[in-house]
Design a protein around this ligand. Structure first.
Ligand SMILES: C[S@@+](CC[C@H](N)C(=O)[O-])C[C@H]1O[C@@H](n2cnc3c(N)ncnc32)[C@H](O)[C@@H]1O
Length: 213
């Protein structure tokens, strides 16, 4: 069958500093926007499906306004320690004002984070698809987890609606099969797919859980 969907496997190239400026500017309306599109409900469903961890250290990578971290807390209670990380200092300030956090780090995926302990849970929603090298980013997430640690991931998937999202935000998108292969190549085990049930999240995104060996 002829290929009907456009290609999604690379993000639109962005010059240095552009991604941060885009998300700095988007911070004010971000939480209302994702709420209207149904992502808060989708994140709540994913966290209900994810395995729990007793008194974990949790880090939300590319936290935005902290919605993914808030969904984890709603499902599992306050973690032992919550770290929020984002490239955009404005997003990070917004998240830290909304979600009680122990540490907020303005940094990119791949930063050394030498004084940050290994985490029991890493949350990462809709960040990997912005990066030139998603494989290296997933390997970095793996390396930041303690043995047996849990990754909860949301990743854009190809769909005509995703083409509209990509037009605005420049993100790539990966099918669940591609996503599972990428997680497997990064070393993750017990990879599970958690499709979002309804609305825009069910069309443009998919949830995953995976464990570090
Ligand atoms: C699509 S938003 C998702 C925000 C949040 N996780 C959510 O689901 O609402 C992507 C976020 O990742 C951040 N980001 C983009 N590239 C990043 C990088 N290389 N390292 C860390 N954060 C990054 C952006 O600043 C933005 O807050």
């Amino acid at each position: 069958m002829a290929r009907l969907l456009p290609r999604f496997d690379k993000p639109r190239p962005a010059a240095d500093g552009v991604m941060q400026r885009i998300y700095d500017a988007a911070a004010t309306g971000w939480q209302d926007g994702i709420a209207k599109l149904g992502f808060l409900d989708a994140y709540a469903q994913l966290m209900q499906a994810a395995p729990g961890k007793p008194t974990p250290r949790v880090m939300d990578v590319g936290t935005g306004t902290g919605a993914f971290a808030a969904a984890w807390i709603a499902a599992n209670g306050r973690p032992r320690a919550l770290t929020l990380l984002d490239l955009s200092p404005v997003m990070l300030d917004t998240a830290a004002a909304r979600v009680p956090t122990d540490r907020a780090i303005a940094a990119s995926i791949g930063a050394p984070l030498e004084d940050v302990p290994l985490q029991d849970v890493i949350l990462c929603a809709h960040v990997i698809e912005h990066l030139d090298d998603p494989a290296t980013a997933l390997a970095w997430l793996y390396a930041r987890l303690a043995p047996g640690g849990l990754l909860v991931l949301a990743l854009s998937k190809p769909h005509w609606c995703t083409a509209l999202v990509r037009w605005r935000w420049g993100n790539a998108a990966f099918s669940p099969t591609q996503a599972r292969e990428m997680l497997d190549q990064a070393g993750f085990a017990q990879i599970a797919t958690h499709p979002f049930q309804s609305g825009p999240p069910s069309r443009v995104s998919c949830g995953y859980t995976a464990l570090r060996h």
